[in-house]
Design a protein. Structure first.
Length: 95
């Protein structure tokens, strides 16, 4: 395996670790919002009350932010995979 492939695989490993962290934070965000909604419901609060607004805003702002980062990370992973595939095809053609 050539140095370029090793570097690409190292990038892929870093990107997937980063993606895993992002997905964990997304899970925490959704879990926290779900817990807040459940607590409001258990207290008999209307889910259209002013107490719901911060939860919705948190999901809207941070959810969109995390989604953007996740999609860009997936794009970088795809680029690294394309590089590996092209390199492998070039090496095969040379044989």
């Amino acid at each position: 395996m050539n140095t370029q492939n090793i570097d690409t695989l190292a990038h892929l490993k870093n990107e997937t670790a980063f993606l895993n962290e992002l997905l964990g934070r997304t899970d925490l965000l959704i879990g926290g919002c779900t817990q807040t909604l459940t607590e409001l419901e258990e207290k008999g609060e209307k889910l259209d009350s002013d107490k719901l607004l911060p939860v919705v805003n948190q999901l809207d702002i941070y959810g969109a932010y995390l989604a953007e980062i996740i999609f860009s990370t997936l794009g970088r992973i795809e680029t690294h995979l394309d590089t590996l595939i092209q390199t492998d095809r070039s090496n095969t053609d040379e044989l």
